[in-house]
Every structure is written in structure tokens, then in C-alpha cells.
Design a protein around this ligand. Structure first.
Ligand SMILES: NC(=O)c1ccc[n+]([C@@H]2O[C@H](COP(=O)([O-])OP(=O)(O)OC[C@H]3O[C@@H](n4cnc5c(N)ncnc54)[C@H](OP(=O)(O)O)[C@@H]3O)[C@@H](O)[C@H]2O)c1
Length: 326
């Protein structure tokens, strides 16, 4: 059967702000439909479904998981709820695309992917930046700058609302969790291995989560990565320095600018990459995996590397000492 004949039927758990971007991405993808949304409140679910043009509304997450006409769920709940609702979704027989960061606890990654394997369902952590053509192009360009030496990755934005889920310790907030996880993802992807030693410094705000986090990751083959995240200023960028030049990506995470600057002895060259909605690309990847056409881009190993590194960075910042891994 063609993908057009068998659309993957998606349900969304929660009425999060980020859903709007996923829905815009879904509109660019063939062979899927967003068939239902769930909220903790029936009224919210109904109003949200009407506003977003989603056919069915469920007044509890459990009701959506019991909906037999849903194949896969998108979980965009606050961070501390990713793991329990992923397990519940897998138990209900659904495939799962769960927002980043899946967790900072490696044992939760092990438990979740074991459950997915056991249920024969696809589980992926939603790092949309990994699905961008711009990210693929960056990887292709790495040989142009010679042996890699330093990676520098930042992602921060000003966060004003004290009620935001990102500032709540019981919901696993914090800047390293929220946006620093992208910088960790970039460092690990570009280094091509897992770090063996990390250092961290954090500025903890009144609610008890890090408002700023700076880290240094050392990789076994000698590359070092400097990462920084925060809720206090707007800044982002990804730079890779090699022995013979450097690559700079001004808009690495959303890839809207589609520009990579290659700097070598020959001068600076701006390389342009056509935009593809990263949320749409992520959903295409999930749909192909659900149909058994391909493996998901990101699986257990990547989620485990993420959680292990994030946990080590927080431990380093809390203790003031380097943390050795592996
Ligand atoms: N990939 C990306 O580009 C991207 C961008 C932004 C955020 N994210 C991730 O997406 C997730 C959601 O972020 P967001 O900013 O969109 O969140 P948000 O707008 O605050 O929404 C979270 C939703 O979770 C539900 N919820 C359940 N228990 C809750 C609780 N105790 N407190 C608050 N909400 C609760 C609520 O839905 P109901 O009330 O309907 O149940 C709420 O609408 C986070 O994991 C974040 O890291 C990813």
C-alpha cells in the first residue's frame, strides 16, 4: 500500500505552545494526519481542537491513549512528564515522538527504549535540528576544515514569565535541560563520539533551576566543546574549528537562515542550504520508521548519550569538580 493510502494517525498529548510548530510541519508532510488532541481539561481540549482544526478532542491523556484510531503520539509535556507518559503510550501500543530533552536520567532512557523494543513500537526523542538539511550539510563540510579541534555551541533566550514550565524544578526545568540540550547534541554529533570528561558552571535562579549554564566537554580523540545556554539573553550559534579552517552556523537550531560560513586560508565562503521545515522532516522520519521503511534517525544510543552527558554536566556544576565518564 502506498503511504497516501495508509496515513499514520497521530494524537497530541497536551496543548503546549510548541504544538503549533509541529502542526505547521505536519501540514507539509504527506501520508499522515493529526487526528486527535488531549488535554487534562475537556474544555481546553475542545477549544484547542477547534482552533487548530484537529478532528477529535479528548478530556484526558488516558482517553487519547485508549483511542484505537491513533497510531502514534507526540508528547510535548513538561520535561518531568516525558518518561511516564512515554511508558503509558507504549503500553497502549502507540509509537512515540517525545519532545527533548527526553530525560536527564540514563536509567529512564534504558527503561523507555526497552519498553519500545518490547512493544515493537518506534520511540524517538524530538531533536528537530538533527533533521534539517542544514545539519546534514554541516556534517558533509567538516572534512574541508581539517582535523577538528574545538566546537563552540550556544543557545539562549530571555525568559520573562516566572510561571513558565522551564523555571519549575519539579517539572525538570533549567536552561541546560531546555536549550543547552541542543548544544550537547551538537557537540556529540560533531565530535562523533561521547565525551569522557566534562566541567560545568551554573547560575541558579530564585526558583532553583539554572538560568545560565556553561560547560566544557572533552572527547577521547582530543576535541573540546564549549557550550553555553541561558534564559537571560538572546544568543545562538555553532562554530567548529579545525586545523585548516572553521565553519560557523548562525542559526543552527531552527535553520531558518540556511547559511553556513566556511572560513579557510582561501577566504570566507557563504554556503546556502534550502530550507526544509525541521518539524516536518522529523515527522517524515517518524512516519517512515513507523511504516517499517527505515530506522528512526535518533534512537536509544543518542538519547542515552544525551542523558548521560546532561547528568554529568549538572553533577560537575553542583560539585565544582570535573566528572569523568565511560
Ligand atoms: N523542539 C522544539 O523546538 C521545542 C520548542 C519548545 C519546547 N519544546 C519542548 O516541548 C515541551 C513543552 O514545552 P512548551 O513550552 O510548549 O510547554 P507549555 O506551552 O508550557 O505546555 C505544556 C503542556 O503540558 C501540559 N501539562 C501537563 N502537566 C502540566 C503541568 N504540571 N504544568 C504545565 N503544563 C502541564 C499542558 O497541557 P494541558 O493543560 O492541555 O494538559 C501544557 O499545555 C518541553 O519539553 C520543551 O522542552 C520543544
Amino acid at each position: 500500500m502506498s503511504s497516501a493510502q495508509t496515513p499514520v494517525r497521530w494524537g497530541i498529548i497536551g496543548t503546549a505552545k510548541i504544538n503549533a510548530k509541529l502542526l505547521a510541519g505536519a501540514a507539509t508532510v504527506e501520508g499522515m494526519e493529526v487526528a486527535a488532541v488531549a488535554s487534562r481539561s475537556a474544555e481546553t481540549a475542545t477549544a484547542y481542537a477547534r482552533e487548530m482544526g484537529i478532528p477529535r478532542a479528548h478530556g484526558s491523556y488516558e482517553a487519547l491513549l485508549a483511542d484505537p484510531a491513533i497510531d502514534a503520539v507526540y508528547i510535548s509535556l513538561p520535561n518531568s512528564l516525558h518518561h511516564p507518559w512515554t511508558l503509558a503510550s507504549l503500553r497502549a501500543g502507540k509509537h512515540v515522538l517525545c519532545e527533548k530533552p527526553y530525560t536527564r536520567l540514563p536509567e529512564e532512557v534504558e527503561e523507555a527504549w526497552a519498553a519500545a523494543d518490547g512493544a515493537g513500537r518506534v520511540l524517538q526523542e524530538a531533536f528537530m535540528w538533527r533533521h534539517s538539511p542544514q545539519t546534514r550539510r554541516l556534517l558533509e563540510l567538516l572534512p574541508r576544515i581539517g582535523p577538528l579541534q574545538i566546537i563552540r555551541a550556544t543557545f539562549s533566550f530571555p525568559l520573562g514569565d516566572p510561571a513558565d514550565v522551564r523555571l519549575q524544578p519539579d517539572l525538570a526545568g533549567g536552561s541546560l535541560m531546555d536549550v543547552g540540550c541542543y548544544t550537547v547534541s551538537a557537540a556529540r554529533l560533531i565530535a562523533g563520539e561521547e565525551p569522557d570528561r566534562v566541567h560545568g558552571e551554573q547560575l541558579v535562579g530564585p526558583s532553583g533551576v539554572d538560568l545560565r549554564f556553561s560547560g566544557l566537554l572533552h572527547f577521547p580523540r582530543g576535541i573540546t566543546a564549549l557550550i553555553a545556554s541561558g534564559f537571560t539573553t538572546a544568543h545562538q550559534g555553532l562554530e567548529v574549528v579545525g586545523r585548516h579552517g572553521s565553519l560557523f552556523v548562525p542559526d543552527p537550531w531552527h535553520a531558518r537562515s540556511g547559511t553556513i560560513l566556511l572560513r579557510t586560508e582561501a577566504g570566507e565562503e557563504a554556503i546556502h542550504v534550502p530550507f526544509r521545515d525541521p518539524y516536518g522532516a522529523e515527522l517524515e522520519d517518524m512516519n517512515a520508521a513507523i511504516r517499517g521503511e527505515d530506522r528512526p534517525l535518533l534512537g536509544r544510543e543518542d538519547a542515552l548519550g544525551q542523558a548521560t552527558t546532561i547528568a554529568a554536566l549538572y553533577r560537575a556544576a553542583e560539585t565544582g569538580s570535573a566528572v569523568t565518564l565511560g
